[in-house]
Design a protein around this ligand. Structure first.
Ligand SMILES: [Zn+2]
Length: 387
């Protein structure tokens, strides 16, 4: 039988724990036996929030997370009354937001089982927000289960950390990602292997590359940028290229989805019937949705730039490998010639500086720095370190 856990690649060590917790909770275990707070950590792309959402589904689905029933589907798309998925567009989650959340989840679950809150960015909780949350987590006999996600344990405050059951996701191996692409997504072995390798265990990115020709040609353009850097003008041009590609990617991904969402919302308000529903509250809801879509698009651009910077980092990593005589372990085997020629014409110490600059830029982007300015500063720095 298929299950919501099938999508978690290379995480067998935690799937077992989650499945048995879900089974125990369904078999009439007492509320005090259920762990009420869980913390999922793992590198980007390992699927920490997918794991948390899958666990939420398994807790509210009468089949333990079949992935096919209406409960499972509703939970995944934030449409289930007992499942709340908190995604953050902003820098931090403030105490007011937590208080508002706590009043929402104070009610008993509507279906009788559990009420589940998935918080995708628990690392963004402010200290006062954490304090407000702690009381809720420790409440005895509560029917609410908290599933918090963060990149690493150190990203969450110790007070939260000590009260959660911690699950560490792994970066799936290239082989595991390749197999999933072949078996589940029906991708040819050659393409699957290429996409898995250059995506470095990021399964979502691997699937996107393997199934999207535009994404592959964009990647090619991005990977040529290191060879084009020299003058200030070329650095600024490279930055612009990065932002343009990311913006275009975000636009094509969100365009059709945005339209469908608006359409659905209008239907819910009775568009095409009397039109009165739209007048009373409908247009306000549409405006709010549009605002939400806009901030989602901004985040998508950032994520896309981040992916591109990570790609470029693998280029310099490969250069470093060649410079240290380790040519067998290069990731971008399709660029072997360029990598070798770059490695022989640039000193090793500058390669390390470039990788550091890339990682700094990623961290700045994650802290909401303006994309274009961040990329410009980065590309100028890399050009400066050309020798
Ligand atoms: Zn189900």
């Amino acid at each position: 039988m298929s299950s919501v856990f099938d999508d978690l690649v290379g995480q067998e060590h935690i799937i077992e724990i989650l499945q048995s917790a879900a089974t125990a909770s369904r078999d009439g275990a007492q509320t005090q036996e259920m762990t009420h707070a869980w913390l999922f950590t793992g590198p980007p792309g390992s699927g920490r929030s997918s794991a948390a959402v899958a666990f939420a589904q398994s807790l509210i689905c009468s089949n333990g997370g079949c992935g096919a029933c209406s409960d499972c589907n509703a939970a995944k798309t934030s449409g289930h009354p007992d499942v709340e998925i908190i995604r953050t567009e902003g820098l931090s989650i403030k105490v007011e937001e937590i208080r508002e959340l706590l009043t929402r989840v104070a009610w008993a679950p509507s279906m009788g089982g559990w009420r589940v809150v998935v918080m995708e960015d628990a690392d963004r909780l402010t200290e006062s927000a954490v304090n407000a949350l702690l009381k809720a987590i420790e409440e005895p006999g509560s029917r609410t289960v908290w599933l918090l996600c963060a990149p690493t344990l150190h990203d969450v405050l110790p007070t939260i950390r000590s009260r959660c059951r911690h699950l560490q996701l792994r970066t799936p191996s290239t082989e595991a990602v390749t197999q999933v692409l072949i078996n589940r997504d029906k991708i040819s072995p050659d393409m699957a292997q290429f996409a898995a390798k250059v995506s470095q265990g990021h399964i979502g990115r691997a699937r996107y590359l393997a199934t999207n020709e535009v994404a592959r040609s964009n990647r090619k353009v991005v990977m040529q940028l290191p060879m084009q850097l020299g003058s200030l003008a070329s650095a600024l041009q490279a930055a612009q290229t990065l932002v343009d590609i990311a913006t275009e990617e975000a636009r094509t991904t969100s365009e059709s989805r945005d339209e469908i969402e608006i359409e659905k919302l209008q239907e819910a308000y009775g568009k095409g019937a009397t039109g009165r529903g739209m007048a009373t509250g409908g247009s306000k809801a549409v405006k709010e949705l549009e605002k939400e879509q806009k901030s989602r698009a901004i985040r998508m651009v950032r994520d896309s730039i981040d992916g591109a910077l990570l790609d470029i980092a693998t280029f310099y990593r490969d250069v470093m490998m060649v410079q240290s005589g380790n040519i067998k372990s290069i990731i971008n085997t399709d660029m072997r010639e360029e990598i070798e020629s770059y490695a022989s014409s640039h000193p090793q110490h500058s390669t390390i500086l470039k990788i550091n600059a890339l990682m700094d830029a990623r961290s700045n982007l994650a802290h909401n720095a303006a994309p274009l300015v961040t990329c410009e500063a980065l590309m100028c720095q890399i050009s400066k370190n050309k020798s």
